[in-house]
Design a protein around this ligand. Structure first.
Ligand code: ADP
Ligand code: MG
Length: 233
């Protein structure tokens, strides 16, 4: 569904990404793992067109998307949940979800608030609550739910477990597994290996803007030296 090859990106003169390559197949959950500052967020932003790639190819559903505008890329079916939770604080949960609504592509069952409340049970109870009066974990769930209202084919999730209490992280993992079971493809950035292994099929490790290792999650769990070198766990 998504094939990234030779992706490079700069911030001003600083060369941040250098030849990043990764792939996400239909219904697959791929985890982009790496320490703080490794280039995870920049990779997701470059895929989404928010940081202009200086080299490389980004193919999504068979189309080249490098150089396109973020709104166009979103319209093609790529959903993006940034690190900083972007919900509307003055709007209720229901209103936040309505803001995200986009028509579903042919043949796809559209997301509705009710289906999302089944996936994130906490949100249904808060449907009339303003977004600003929710906990960090609830806001994170709402951000993901709102992105799903756009009926994406693949979502990019930037460190969804960051800053969440362990019990909320477990609920997040459950929700992502349910999304995968529903056929959604997910590219997720993480530092948290415990979370990554609960939801991921494959992992790709990035360090200093370069891909250092790619393989199945069980292979990563067996590769102690790789984990020590790039993830310090
Ligand atoms: P990660 O998400 O893995 O923590 P980032 O992609 O955010 O890493 O950052 C990768 C590198 O790019 C870091 O060295 C960071 O300092 C740098 N960087 C991130 N955002 C900017 C920016 N807006 N301007 C300049 N440098 C940045
Ligand atoms: Mg980041």
């Amino acid at each position: 569904m998504l094939r990234v090859t030779g992706l490079s990106a700069h911030y001003g003169r600083a060369h941040i990404l250098d030849g990043v390559a990764l792939e996400v197949g239909p219904g697959e959950v791929v985890v982009l793992l790496g320490r703080n500052g490794a280039g995870k967020s920049t990779t997701l932003k470059a895929i989404m067109g928010l940081v202009p790639p200086s080299a490389g190819s980004l193919r999504f559903l068979g189309r080249e998307i490098a150089g396109r505008e973020p709104f166009e890329i979103a319209r093609l079916g790529l959903g993006y949940v940034p690190e900083e939770r972007r919900i509307f604080h003055d709007l209720t949960v229901m209103e936040n979800l309505e803001v995200g609504r986009r028509p579903a592509p042919a043949g796809m069952r559209p997301w509705t608030p009710e289906r999302l409340f089944a996936l994130f049970p906490g949100l249904g109870a808060l449907r009339d609550r303003p977004g600003g009066r929710m906990s960090g974990g609830e806001q994170q769930m709402l951000t993901i739910a709102r992105t799903l209202m756009g009926n994406p084919r693949l979502i990019l999730l930037d460190e969804p477990s960051e800053g969440l209490a362990p019990v909320v992280v477990e609920r997040m993992a459950e929700a992502l597994r349910a999304l995968k079971a529903d056929g959604l493809s997910i590219l997720l950035s993480e530092q948290n290996l415990h979370f990554a292994r609960q939801v991921g099929d494959r992992a790709t490790i990035i360090e200093k803007g370069r891909i250092r290792w790619s393989g199945a999650i069980p292979e990563l769990m067996a590769a102690e030296a790789v984990r020590e070198q790039y993830l310090s766990v």
